[in-house]
Ligand binder design. Structure first.
Ligand code: SF4
Length: 471
Protein backbone atom coordinates (compact mmCIF):
# COMPACT_ATOMS: atom_id res chain seq x y z
CA UNK A 1 0.00 0.00 0.00
CA UNK A 2 1.22 3.48 -0.77
CA UNK A 3 2.37 5.52 2.19
CA UNK A 4 -0.21 8.06 3.15
CA UNK A 5 1.56 11.31 3.70
CA UNK A 6 0.49 13.33 6.73
CA UNK A 7 -0.90 16.68 5.69
CA UNK A 8 1.43 19.55 6.55
CA UNK A 9 0.27 22.55 8.56
CA UNK A 10 -0.98 25.43 6.48
CA UNK A 11 -0.01 29.08 6.72
CA UNK A 12 -2.05 31.99 5.45
CA UNK A 13 -0.17 35.15 4.49
CA UNK A 14 -1.34 38.74 4.23
CA UNK A 15 1.37 40.99 2.82
CA UNK A 16 0.94 44.75 3.09
CA UNK A 17 3.19 47.57 2.08
CA UNK A 18 5.88 48.16 -0.47
CA UNK A 19 7.62 45.75 -2.87
CA UNK A 20 10.41 45.46 -0.32
CA UNK A 21 7.95 44.03 2.19
CA UNK A 22 6.78 41.64 -0.52
CA UNK A 23 10.32 40.36 -0.92
CA UNK A 24 10.46 39.80 2.84
CA UNK A 25 7.20 37.84 2.64
CA UNK A 26 8.67 35.70 -0.11
CA UNK A 27 11.74 34.94 1.98
CA UNK A 28 9.61 33.99 4.96
CA UNK A 29 7.46 31.72 2.82
CA UNK A 30 10.57 30.09 1.34
CA UNK A 31 11.77 29.26 4.82
CA UNK A 32 8.40 27.97 5.93
CA UNK A 33 8.10 25.87 2.82
CA UNK A 34 11.55 24.47 3.57
CA UNK A 35 10.22 23.54 6.98
CA UNK A 36 7.40 21.54 5.42
CA UNK A 37 4.53 24.05 5.51
CA UNK A 38 1.81 24.42 2.94
CA UNK A 39 0.20 27.71 2.06
CA UNK A 40 -3.46 28.37 2.57
CA UNK A 41 -5.22 30.69 0.15
CA UNK A 42 -7.88 31.56 2.74
CA UNK A 43 -8.26 32.21 6.45
CA UNK A 44 -10.48 29.19 7.05
CA UNK A 45 -7.92 26.65 5.86
CA UNK A 46 -4.96 28.18 7.71
CA UNK A 47 -3.54 26.81 10.94
CA UNK A 48 -1.88 30.16 11.49
CA UNK A 49 -2.06 33.50 9.65
CA UNK A 50 1.01 35.69 9.13
CA UNK A 51 0.42 39.41 8.62
CA UNK A 52 3.42 41.24 7.14
CA UNK A 53 2.75 44.86 8.05
CA UNK A 54 3.83 48.27 6.84
CA UNK A 55 4.52 51.08 9.28
CA UNK A 56 5.79 53.76 6.94
CA UNK A 57 2.91 56.22 7.25
CA UNK A 58 0.22 56.54 9.86
CA UNK A 59 -2.34 55.55 7.22
CA UNK A 60 -0.31 52.41 6.47
CA UNK A 61 -0.21 51.60 10.17
CA UNK A 62 -3.97 51.91 10.36
CA UNK A 63 -4.28 49.62 7.34
CA UNK A 64 -1.95 47.13 9.04
CA UNK A 65 -4.03 47.20 12.23
CA UNK A 66 -7.16 46.63 10.19
CA UNK A 67 -5.57 43.65 8.43
CA UNK A 68 -4.53 42.20 11.79
CA UNK A 69 -8.09 42.74 13.08
CA UNK A 70 -9.52 40.93 10.09
CA UNK A 71 -7.12 38.00 10.48
CA UNK A 72 -7.97 37.80 14.20
CA UNK A 73 -11.71 37.81 13.49
CA UNK A 74 -11.51 35.30 10.64
CA UNK A 75 -8.92 32.94 12.07
CA UNK A 76 -7.75 33.98 15.52
CA UNK A 77 -4.25 32.48 15.30
CA UNK A 78 -2.15 35.36 14.08
CA UNK A 79 1.56 36.17 13.91
CA UNK A 80 2.53 39.74 13.00
CA UNK A 81 5.79 40.73 11.34
CA UNK A 82 7.19 43.59 9.24
CA UNK A 83 7.78 47.27 9.91
CA UNK A 84 4.90 47.67 12.34
CA UNK A 85 6.38 44.85 14.40
CA UNK A 86 8.54 47.58 15.94
CA UNK A 87 5.42 48.75 17.73
CA UNK A 88 4.53 45.52 19.47
CA UNK A 89 2.86 47.34 22.39
CA UNK A 90 0.39 49.12 20.09
CA UNK A 91 -0.52 45.83 18.46
CA UNK A 92 -0.75 43.90 21.72
CA UNK A 93 -2.84 46.61 23.35
CA UNK A 94 -5.40 46.29 20.58
CA UNK A 95 -5.14 42.52 20.06
CA UNK A 96 -4.09 40.92 23.35
CA UNK A 97 -4.54 37.39 21.92
CA UNK A 98 -1.99 37.81 19.16
CA UNK A 99 0.43 34.84 19.10
CA UNK A 100 3.64 36.70 18.31
CA UNK A 101 4.92 40.04 17.03
CA UNK A 102 8.29 40.26 15.26
CA UNK A 103 9.97 43.16 13.51
CA UNK A 104 11.26 43.68 9.98
CA UNK A 105 13.85 41.20 8.65
CA UNK A 106 13.54 38.98 11.69
CA UNK A 107 13.11 35.96 9.50
CA UNK A 108 14.23 33.46 12.11
CA UNK A 109 11.93 34.93 14.76
CA UNK A 110 8.92 34.79 12.41
CA UNK A 111 9.65 31.25 11.37
CA UNK A 112 10.12 30.23 15.01
CA UNK A 113 6.80 31.84 15.95
CA UNK A 114 5.07 29.83 13.22
CA UNK A 115 6.92 26.64 14.24
CA UNK A 116 5.57 27.13 17.74
CA UNK A 117 2.03 28.08 16.70
CA UNK A 118 1.60 25.20 14.27
CA UNK A 119 4.38 22.63 14.65
CA UNK A 120 5.35 20.99 11.36
CA UNK A 121 4.81 17.31 10.71
CA UNK A 122 8.16 15.76 9.75
CA UNK A 123 7.88 14.27 6.30
CA UNK A 124 10.83 12.56 4.69
CA UNK A 125 9.09 12.66 1.32
CA UNK A 126 8.30 16.31 1.15
CA UNK A 127 10.91 18.13 3.20
CA UNK A 128 12.95 19.43 0.30
CA UNK A 129 13.70 23.07 -0.29
CA UNK A 130 12.21 23.87 -3.64
CA UNK A 131 14.83 25.19 -6.04
CA UNK A 132 13.19 28.55 -6.28
CA UNK A 133 11.32 29.11 -3.08
CA UNK A 134 7.72 30.01 -2.93
CA UNK A 135 6.80 33.35 -4.36
CA UNK A 136 3.92 35.72 -3.98
CA UNK A 137 4.65 37.52 -7.19
CA UNK A 138 3.86 35.78 -10.48
CA UNK A 139 6.67 33.55 -11.58
CA UNK A 140 7.54 35.71 -14.57
CA UNK A 141 8.69 38.68 -12.56
CA UNK A 142 10.64 38.82 -9.33
CA UNK A 143 11.91 41.51 -7.01
CA UNK A 144 15.61 41.39 -6.37
CA UNK A 145 16.65 43.14 -3.19
CA UNK A 146 20.25 44.29 -3.38
CA UNK A 147 20.63 46.08 -0.05
CA UNK A 148 18.87 46.94 3.17
CA UNK A 149 18.73 50.23 5.02
CA UNK A 150 19.86 53.67 4.01
CA UNK A 151 22.59 56.16 4.88
CA UNK A 152 20.40 59.20 4.27
CA UNK A 153 18.16 60.87 6.77
CA UNK A 154 15.38 62.45 4.77
CA UNK A 155 13.28 64.53 7.10
CA UNK A 156 9.98 62.79 6.32
CA UNK A 157 11.28 59.23 6.46
CA UNK A 158 11.68 56.79 9.34
CA UNK A 159 13.07 53.91 7.29
CA UNK A 160 16.70 54.36 8.47
CA UNK A 161 15.53 54.24 12.08
CA UNK A 162 13.67 51.00 11.34
CA UNK A 163 16.06 49.36 8.91
CA UNK A 164 19.38 50.90 9.88
CA UNK A 165 22.22 52.13 7.69
CA UNK A 166 22.92 50.81 4.21
CA UNK A 167 23.96 47.17 4.19
CA UNK A 168 24.62 45.89 0.66
CA UNK A 169 24.39 42.24 -0.26
CA UNK A 170 27.41 40.72 -1.95
CA UNK A 171 27.11 41.08 -5.73
CA UNK A 172 27.99 37.42 -6.32
CA UNK A 173 25.14 36.35 -4.01
CA UNK A 174 22.72 38.68 -5.80
CA UNK A 175 23.77 37.30 -9.16
CA UNK A 176 23.37 33.73 -7.95
CA UNK A 177 19.84 34.52 -6.78
CA UNK A 178 19.07 36.25 -10.08
CA UNK A 179 20.39 33.28 -12.07
CA UNK A 180 18.16 30.90 -10.12
CA UNK A 181 15.15 33.14 -10.58
CA UNK A 182 15.73 33.39 -14.31
CA UNK A 183 16.30 29.63 -14.62
CA UNK A 184 12.99 29.13 -12.80
CA UNK A 185 11.00 31.27 -15.24
CA UNK A 186 11.55 34.89 -14.22
CA UNK A 187 11.48 37.15 -17.27
CA UNK A 188 11.81 40.41 -15.44
CA UNK A 189 14.03 41.29 -12.49
CA UNK A 190 12.97 44.32 -10.48
CA UNK A 191 16.02 45.61 -8.66
CA UNK A 192 15.00 47.21 -5.38
CA UNK A 193 16.58 48.71 -2.29
CA UNK A 194 16.12 51.95 -0.36
CA UNK A 195 18.84 53.62 -2.41
CA UNK A 196 19.91 51.60 -5.42
CA UNK A 197 22.58 54.01 -6.64
CA UNK A 198 24.34 53.80 -3.26
CA UNK A 199 24.72 50.05 -3.67
CA UNK A 200 28.18 48.86 -2.60
CA UNK A 201 29.27 52.01 -0.75
CA UNK A 202 29.48 50.06 2.52
CA UNK A 203 31.45 47.28 0.77
CA UNK A 204 33.85 49.94 -0.50
CA UNK A 205 32.93 48.82 -4.02
CA UNK A 206 35.07 45.71 -3.54
CA UNK A 207 35.27 42.99 -6.21
CA UNK A 208 34.07 39.46 -5.61
CA UNK A 209 34.92 36.35 -7.60
CA UNK A 210 32.25 34.81 -9.78
CA UNK A 211 31.68 31.05 -10.00
CA UNK A 212 31.86 31.27 -13.76
CA UNK A 213 35.25 32.99 -13.59
CA UNK A 214 36.08 36.68 -13.50
CA UNK A 215 34.83 38.96 -10.81
CA UNK A 216 32.16 41.53 -10.16
CA UNK A 217 32.45 44.82 -8.34
CA UNK A 218 29.87 45.79 -5.71
CA UNK A 219 28.70 48.78 -7.73
CA UNK A 220 25.35 49.54 -9.34
CA UNK A 221 26.73 49.82 -12.87
CA UNK A 222 28.72 46.59 -12.69
CA UNK A 223 25.88 44.69 -11.09
CA UNK A 224 23.40 46.01 -13.65
CA UNK A 225 25.72 44.96 -16.49
CA UNK A 226 26.05 41.42 -15.13
CA UNK A 227 22.30 41.13 -14.61
CA UNK A 228 21.80 42.26 -18.18
CA UNK A 229 23.97 39.40 -19.44
CA UNK A 230 21.71 36.69 -18.02
CA UNK A 231 19.71 34.55 -20.43
CA UNK A 232 16.38 32.82 -19.91
CA UNK A 233 16.16 29.07 -20.73
CA UNK A 234 14.53 30.15 -24.04
CA UNK A 235 17.55 32.32 -24.84
CA UNK A 236 15.83 35.66 -24.22
CA UNK A 237 17.41 38.49 -22.28
CA UNK A 238 15.37 39.03 -19.13
CA UNK A 239 14.21 42.54 -18.42
CA UNK A 240 16.21 44.28 -15.69
CA UNK A 241 14.39 47.25 -14.16
CA UNK A 242 16.05 49.65 -11.73
CA UNK A 243 14.00 51.15 -8.90
CA UNK A 244 14.79 53.83 -6.32
CA UNK A 245 17.77 55.32 -8.07
CA UNK A 246 19.02 58.69 -6.84
CA UNK A 247 20.65 60.89 -9.45
CA UNK A 248 24.23 60.62 -8.19
CA UNK A 249 26.76 61.38 -10.92
CA UNK A 250 27.55 57.72 -11.60
CA UNK A 251 23.94 57.08 -12.64
CA UNK A 252 25.07 58.52 -15.98
CA UNK A 253 27.09 55.35 -16.51
CA UNK A 254 24.04 53.05 -16.55
CA UNK A 255 22.46 54.95 -19.44
CA UNK A 256 24.81 53.34 -22.01
CA UNK A 257 23.73 49.93 -20.65
CA UNK A 258 20.17 50.95 -21.42
CA UNK A 259 21.09 52.07 -24.89
CA UNK A 260 22.79 48.69 -25.41
CA UNK A 261 19.69 46.81 -24.25
CA UNK A 262 21.32 45.22 -21.18
CA UNK A 263 19.07 47.09 -18.75
CA UNK A 264 15.55 48.39 -19.41
CA UNK A 265 15.46 52.02 -20.48
CA UNK A 266 13.61 52.85 -17.30
CA UNK A 267 14.63 54.81 -14.24
CA UNK A 268 12.56 55.12 -11.12
CA UNK A 269 13.95 58.19 -9.36
CA UNK A 270 12.00 59.45 -6.35
CA UNK A 271 12.70 63.18 -6.76
CA UNK A 272 10.01 64.14 -4.20
CA UNK A 273 10.21 67.84 -5.06
CA UNK A 274 11.93 70.30 -7.34
CA UNK A 275 12.19 73.49 -5.31
CA UNK A 276 15.75 73.77 -3.94
CA UNK A 277 14.40 75.24 -0.74
CA UNK A 278 12.01 72.35 -0.09
CA UNK A 279 14.56 69.70 -1.16
CA UNK A 280 16.98 71.19 1.32
CA UNK A 281 14.51 71.13 4.15
CA UNK A 282 13.57 67.56 3.14
CA UNK A 283 17.32 66.75 3.37
CA UNK A 284 17.12 64.84 0.10
CA UNK A 285 20.24 63.20 -1.33
CA UNK A 286 21.78 64.32 -4.62
CA UNK A 287 19.57 67.38 -4.93
CA UNK A 288 22.36 69.71 -5.91
CA UNK A 289 22.75 68.13 -9.33
CA UNK A 290 21.36 69.95 -12.35
CA UNK A 291 18.66 67.40 -12.80
CA UNK A 292 16.85 68.83 -15.82
CA UNK A 293 20.09 69.01 -17.79
CA UNK A 294 20.96 65.48 -16.81
CA UNK A 295 17.54 64.18 -17.89
CA UNK A 296 17.97 65.90 -21.25
CA UNK A 297 21.41 64.28 -21.66
CA UNK A 298 20.03 60.83 -20.75
CA UNK A 299 17.29 61.23 -23.35
CA UNK A 300 19.83 62.21 -25.94
CA UNK A 301 21.86 59.10 -25.25
CA UNK A 302 18.88 56.74 -24.86
CA UNK A 303 15.79 58.27 -26.48
CA UNK A 304 13.62 55.39 -25.37
CA UNK A 305 14.22 56.01 -21.65
CA UNK A 306 11.12 56.22 -19.43
CA UNK A 307 11.50 58.11 -16.17
CA UNK A 308 9.22 57.49 -13.27
CA UNK A 309 9.17 59.57 -10.15
CA UNK A 310 7.17 60.40 -7.07
CA UNK A 311 6.56 63.75 -5.41
CA UNK A 312 5.33 64.99 -2.07
CA UNK A 313 3.04 68.02 -2.00
CA UNK A 314 2.26 70.05 1.10
CA UNK A 315 5.58 69.51 2.84
CA UNK A 316 5.88 71.92 5.82
CA UNK A 317 6.91 75.35 4.58
CA UNK A 318 5.88 74.73 0.95
CA UNK A 319 4.56 78.04 -0.33
CA UNK A 320 2.48 78.57 -3.47
CA UNK A 321 5.70 79.79 -5.06
CA UNK A 322 7.57 76.57 -4.17
CA UNK A 323 4.67 74.55 -5.49
CA UNK A 324 4.54 76.54 -8.72
CA UNK A 325 8.27 75.86 -9.09
CA UNK A 326 7.47 72.15 -8.91
CA UNK A 327 4.72 72.46 -11.54
CA UNK A 328 7.00 74.41 -13.90
CA UNK A 329 9.74 71.86 -13.35
CA UNK A 330 7.37 68.99 -14.12
CA UNK A 331 6.21 70.75 -17.26
CA UNK A 332 9.79 71.01 -18.40
CA UNK A 333 10.96 67.58 -17.26
CA UNK A 334 8.12 65.79 -19.08
CA UNK A 335 8.47 62.69 -16.93
CA UNK A 336 6.78 59.58 -18.20
CA UNK A 337 5.21 58.40 -14.98
CA UNK A 338 4.49 60.39 -11.84
CA UNK A 339 3.04 59.45 -8.49
CA UNK A 340 2.13 62.15 -5.97
CA UNK A 341 1.54 62.04 -2.24
CA UNK A 342 0.12 64.54 0.17
CA UNK A 343 2.63 65.07 2.99
CA UNK A 344 1.69 63.10 6.07
CA UNK A 345 3.63 63.32 9.34
CA UNK A 346 4.99 59.97 10.47
CA UNK A 347 5.66 59.32 14.12
CA UNK A 348 9.39 59.70 14.73
CA UNK A 349 10.14 61.71 11.55
CA UNK A 350 12.22 64.89 11.83
CA UNK A 351 9.84 66.75 9.50
CA UNK A 352 7.16 66.75 12.18
CA UNK A 353 9.04 69.45 14.06
CA UNK A 354 9.21 71.78 11.04
CA UNK A 355 7.22 75.02 11.19
CA UNK A 356 4.52 76.16 8.76
CA UNK A 357 2.44 73.06 8.16
CA UNK A 358 0.36 73.26 4.99
CA UNK A 359 -3.43 73.12 5.62
CA UNK A 360 -5.12 69.92 4.46
CA UNK A 361 -7.31 71.65 1.86
CA UNK A 362 -4.25 73.32 0.31
CA UNK A 363 -2.45 69.95 0.15
CA UNK A 364 -5.48 68.46 -1.54
CA UNK A 365 -5.72 71.26 -4.07
CA UNK A 366 -1.99 71.01 -4.90
CA UNK A 367 -2.26 67.25 -5.19
CA UNK A 368 -5.08 67.63 -7.73
CA UNK A 369 -3.06 70.15 -9.73
CA UNK A 370 -0.01 67.87 -9.89
CA UNK A 371 -2.16 64.92 -10.91
CA UNK A 372 -3.92 66.92 -13.63
CA UNK A 373 -0.68 68.17 -15.13
CA UNK A 374 1.11 64.84 -15.02
CA UNK A 375 -1.91 62.96 -16.39
CA UNK A 376 -1.93 65.36 -19.34
CA UNK A 377 1.79 64.85 -19.94
CA UNK A 378 1.38 61.09 -19.67
CA UNK A 379 -1.55 61.11 -22.12
CA UNK A 380 0.49 63.10 -24.66
CA UNK A 381 3.48 60.78 -24.31
CA UNK A 382 1.35 57.67 -24.69
CA UNK A 383 -0.54 59.13 -27.66
CA UNK A 384 2.81 59.47 -29.43
CA UNK A 385 3.19 55.69 -29.25
CA UNK A 386 0.07 54.98 -31.31
CA UNK A 387 1.08 53.35 -34.59
CA UNK A 388 4.40 52.14 -33.19
CA UNK A 389 5.40 48.56 -32.45
CA UNK A 390 6.63 47.93 -28.92
CA UNK A 391 7.87 45.00 -26.83
CA UNK A 392 5.40 43.73 -24.25
CA UNK A 393 5.71 41.18 -21.46
CA UNK A 394 2.40 39.38 -20.93
CA UNK A 395 1.12 39.40 -17.33
CA UNK A 396 -2.24 37.72 -17.73
CA UNK A 397 -4.46 36.25 -20.36
CA UNK A 398 -8.25 36.43 -20.39
CA UNK A 399 -10.01 33.20 -19.70
CA UNK A 400 -12.22 31.99 -22.50
CA UNK A 401 -15.83 32.05 -21.35
CA UNK A 402 -17.66 28.78 -22.13
CA UNK A 403 -20.07 29.29 -25.10
CA UNK A 404 -23.20 29.48 -22.90
CA UNK A 405 -21.66 32.27 -20.80
CA UNK A 406 -20.02 34.13 -23.62
CA UNK A 407 -21.35 37.68 -23.75
CA UNK A 408 -23.75 38.41 -26.58
CA UNK A 409 -21.77 40.26 -29.20
CA UNK A 410 -24.44 40.80 -31.81
CA UNK A 411 -22.05 42.28 -34.36
CA UNK A 412 -20.29 38.98 -34.94
CA UNK A 413 -22.19 36.67 -37.27
CA UNK A 414 -20.62 33.37 -36.37
CA UNK A 415 -20.74 32.38 -32.70
CA UNK A 416 -17.15 31.14 -33.00
CA UNK A 417 -16.03 34.51 -34.20
CA UNK A 418 -17.33 36.17 -31.05
CA UNK A 419 -15.31 33.73 -29.06
CA UNK A 420 -12.21 34.10 -31.04
CA UNK A 421 -12.07 37.85 -31.13
CA UNK A 422 -12.72 38.10 -27.42
CA UNK A 423 -9.44 36.57 -26.37
CA UNK A 424 -7.42 39.32 -24.82
CA UNK A 425 -4.35 39.67 -22.71
CA UNK A 426 -2.72 42.30 -20.55
CA UNK A 427 0.95 43.03 -20.33
CA UNK A 428 3.42 45.80 -19.83
CA UNK A 429 5.86 47.67 -22.01
CA UNK A 430 9.43 48.43 -21.03
CA UNK A 431 8.12 51.72 -19.62
CA UNK A 432 5.76 50.04 -17.17
CA UNK A 433 6.76 48.52 -13.84
CA UNK A 434 4.20 46.08 -12.43
CA UNK A 435 1.54 47.50 -10.16
CA UNK A 436 2.74 51.08 -10.24
CA UNK A 437 2.75 52.07 -13.93
CA UNK A 438 0.37 51.53 -16.82
CA UNK A 439 -0.55 48.41 -18.79
CA UNK A 440 -0.87 47.35 -22.40
CA UNK A 441 -4.21 45.74 -23.22
CA UNK A 442 -4.22 43.38 -26.18
CA UNK A 443 -7.01 42.13 -28.37
CA UNK A 444 -6.79 38.98 -30.48
CA UNK A 445 -4.07 37.60 -28.27
CA UNK A 446 -4.38 33.95 -29.17
CA UNK A 447 -1.93 31.42 -27.86
CA UNK A 448 -0.20 33.78 -25.43
CA UNK A 449 0.59 32.99 -21.83
CA UNK A 450 1.91 34.99 -18.87
CA UNK A 451 5.64 35.52 -19.22
CA UNK A 452 5.64 35.65 -23.04
CA UNK A 453 7.45 38.47 -24.78
CA UNK A 454 5.46 39.75 -27.73
CA UNK A 455 5.65 42.59 -30.25
CA UNK A 456 2.54 44.76 -30.13
CA UNK A 457 1.21 47.32 -32.57
CA UNK A 458 -0.22 50.16 -30.48
CA UNK A 459 -3.68 51.20 -31.69
CA UNK A 460 -4.93 53.50 -28.96
CA UNK A 461 -3.83 55.23 -25.78
CA UNK A 462 -5.37 56.95 -22.80
CA UNK A 463 -3.87 58.70 -19.77
CA UNK A 464 -2.17 55.61 -18.38
CA UNK A 465 -2.59 52.59 -20.64
CA UNK A 466 -2.00 51.49 -24.20
CA UNK A 467 -4.25 49.29 -26.36
CA UNK A 468 -3.02 47.18 -29.22
CA UNK A 469 -2.77 43.94 -31.09
CA UNK A 470 0.08 41.42 -31.49
CA UNK A 471 2.12 42.60 -34.48
S1 SF4 B 1 16.77 58.03 0.82
FE1 SF4 B 1 15.53 59.19 2.25
S2 SF4 B 1 13.41 58.52 1.80
FE2 SF4 B 1 14.78 56.98 0.95
S3 SF4 B 1 14.98 55.45 2.57
FE3 SF4 B 1 16.71 56.86 2.75
S4 SF4 B 1 16.00 58.34 4.26
FE4 SF4 B 1 14.18 57.30 3.53
Amino acid sequence: MATKLPSPPRVGMVSLGCPKALVDSERILTKLRANGYDMSPDYAGADVVLVNTCGFLDSAKEESLEAIGEAMAENGRVVVTGCMGNEAEVIRARFPDILAVTGPQQYEAVVNAVLEAAPPVPNAYLDLVPEQGLKLTPRHYSYLKISEGCNHRCAFCIIPSIRGDLASRRPDAILREAEKLVAAGTKELLVISQDTSAYGVDLKFASYPLKSGGEVRAHMTDLARELGRLKTPEGDTPWVRLHYVYPYPHVDSVIPLMAEGLVLPYLDIPFQHASPKILKSMRRPANEAKVLERIAAWRLECPEIAIRSSFVVGFPGETEEDFQYLLDWLQEAQLDRVGAFRFEPVEGAAANALPDPVPEEVKEERYQRVMELTARISAEKLAAKVGKTIDVLIDRVDELAPPSEAPDRGHFDAPHAAHHHDVGATGRSKADAPEIDGEVHLRDAHGLKPGDFVKVLVEEADEHDLYGVPA
